[in-house]
Write a protein that binds this ligand. Structure first.
Ligand code: 2BA
Length: 109
């Protein structure tokens, strides 16, 4: 068994959750915050048998799209002005950042 951790954009989270439930995957949806943009995103925890991993990754890929996002400049409060960028910067936020971890034990009570 594996634990799949997928960080996705909020805009895609309901569509992905619906697709997962429809295809009989069990998932937990957590509200999270990206460290770089400091904006809300969504993290899914999905416990799944090894053989179903390719199908799961395909569902995630199909339901999450990457988007360009503007990052507003933030003045360096007490920090170094050397790293301060005074204009908005565009970054591409990925459709999904996915980690696949081995599960040592899985029990439900
Ligand atoms: P954020 O940390 O808010 O990052 C949003 C996007 O900003 C990233 O998209 C990337 O394009 C850009 N970015 C992040 N750190 C950067 C940096 N130091 N310099 C320049 N640009 C940077 P993604 O890479 O698609 O990541 C989307 C979200 O997935 C992240 O939101 C974070 O919540 C999560 N994530 C990505 N990589 C991760 C990792 N290695 N570990 C844990 N979470 C990760």
């Amino acid at each position: 068994m594996k634990l799949v951790i997928a960080v996705v954009q909020d805009k895609d989270s309901n569509r992905l959750l619906n697709a997962l439930v429809e295809k009989d995957f069990r998932a937990t949806k957590l509200a999270s915050t990206g460290g770089f943009l400091k904006a809300g995103n969504t993290t899914f925890l999905i416990g799944v048998e090894d053989a179903k991993i390719p199908h799961l990754l395909e569902i995630i890929k199909q339901n999450c799209e990457s988007r360009d996002q503007l990052v507003a400049p933030v003045s360096p409060l007490g920090g170094s002005a050397d790293s301060y960028v005074p204009y908005p910067v565009e970054v591409q936020v990925g459709g999904a950042t996915v980690f696949v971890l081995p599960v040592e034990q899985f029990v439900q009570y």
